[in-house]
Design a protein around this ligand. Sequence first.
Ligand code: M6R
Length: 616
Amino acid sequence: MCGIVAALTASGNVVPDVISGLKTLEYRGYDSAGISVMTDSGLQVRRKMGKIANLEAELLSNGLPNSVQAVAHTRWATHGVPADRNAHPHTDDTGEVVLVHNGIIENYAELRTWLRGHGHHFQSETDTEVFVNLIAYHLRKLGDLHAAVRAALEQAHGAYGIVCMAATHPGILVVARMDSPLVVGVSENGTYAASDMPALLHLTRDFVILENGESAVLTASGCQLYDAKGSAIERPTQRCDWTPEQAEKGGYPHFMLKEIEEQPDVLARTAFDRFHDSNGDVDFEPEFGLDDAELRYFSRLRFMAMGTSLHSAILGQQMLAKLARLPGETLNASEFLYSPELEEGDALTVIISQSGETADSLRAMREVQRRGGRVLGICNVMGSTLAREADHLILTHCGPEVGVASTKAFFGQLTALYLLAIRIGRARRVLAPSQGRELLNDLRALRPKLDVLFGKESREAVRVAADYLAGVKSCLFLGRGMNFPIALEGALKLKEISYIHAEGYPAGEMKHGPIALIDENFPVIAIATPGRTYDKMISNMEEVRARKGKVIAVAVNGDSKLAAQADFVLPVPEVPELLSPLVNIIPLQQLSYEVALRLGCDIDQPRNLAKSVTVE
Ligand code: M6R
């Protein structure tokens, strides 16, 4: 999806800073990029279809002057095809006002007609060009850029994160947001704005996060924030604990590989500081905001999310049922709006999202709140919309996840859900302190066991299976119980980065239809680690092989009984069944990565996908 970076300093040249910030946002997926700078003789704009490298080439051949003030953008087409003319920044028809915009102005067609009636001309098909002309219209009447932006926003309906500058107002940037993230970064060297914090981590770690409806005027020395009514307000900065290095590849060929390998550290970061060993309990930070009495009040849970986070949600429901004896349901967040409006009563809704900006999940959160329910957000991004608007919060502390295919965030979500299950189990007194301690120790003991998955033998097993899987067109992932969501997640990983068709199924469902697909060209990936489902998984694998289907099995290291039923084995260490999903997903992530590598796919930015899906 689109990305915004803007910078303003008192002296020097900010162009390299904004280009470097823009590159940090490449992972979001985009089809064109552009930049505008303020010069003594007015605004200059450069825009190019394709990668940021194309824009850089354009800047080399068609030089851009140094400037203390710049706005830049990566565009993911909504209105109008990917093309130079549709790329941002857009200017009004006099070239005096420039705008970068994330989101969609829904009434842009009416506004365009209205503006044409007032003599404005348009060169692109975009809603943003309409919006910047609207700002220019008001600027001519009001003479003040912030007032003009606010007047334009009053006429526009839809979602926006914007940064605007005008030749008549050097030294000022005006920013605003509604349902599309926008943060302001401050440092002694300048003031910055971006759609995502990682884009500014090389410049600052201190941020002011805008709420919906708010706007701000940025100068080189700071920012003045305004509420939705236009009154000046104050808000302290928040310090982001992410580092610029976390948002870089650090020598890895792909972010996805780096993020897969970071998972043992994610376990430590998400969990270990929260252990309360003496009580066998978990201490969440103050933003969790639920004490024992409140946790005992809830008698049912509802989990909602999208994509990979939805797979965490299914597992969360299972963990909470097992450890806290709380019944729950899991819903695809995009479907919640259509569910009958029943009493929320004593239900707690858990919304899980890596980005905290997924439109479907946010919509579901607000609908729960509108119906009178309470929401606990589980999220990786401090200051995101979910983190700010949920009634209660657990941050997963995974560090920035850049690869479009979610890996370490999933791992962090499962870890946080396991902790939540212990916390609620202890509060409801269905877990004794000794049981809580045992569960915490199991999690602590997991860390060294994960190292095996990154050893030579495991990597080699994954590569051999990938050599085979890269040649197939379609496959099935099967799991049961706690490993059914892992089958779903394994299939999602493979399809999104390698474009091989894959479906995840509960293994018990295979005989009810999917088995018809199995022949010598249609493999099955079976998750068959020890536990209640082990024997049944072996039977399912036999059924596949009886039909000449090849089997790739995720199995415990040294399990010869299972190895006899598999063509390829992805070995994993033995862990308690409740923690097996955290282990079993890793070789499946590695398998998808290796397959996509063999097929020459764009691993970190798969086609048609965006890291954060901010439209419904
Ligand atoms: O940021 P979120 O966790 O809310 O994102 C939800 C999905 O869009 C996301 O998990 C998506 O499915 C990923 N591409 C999965 O790898």
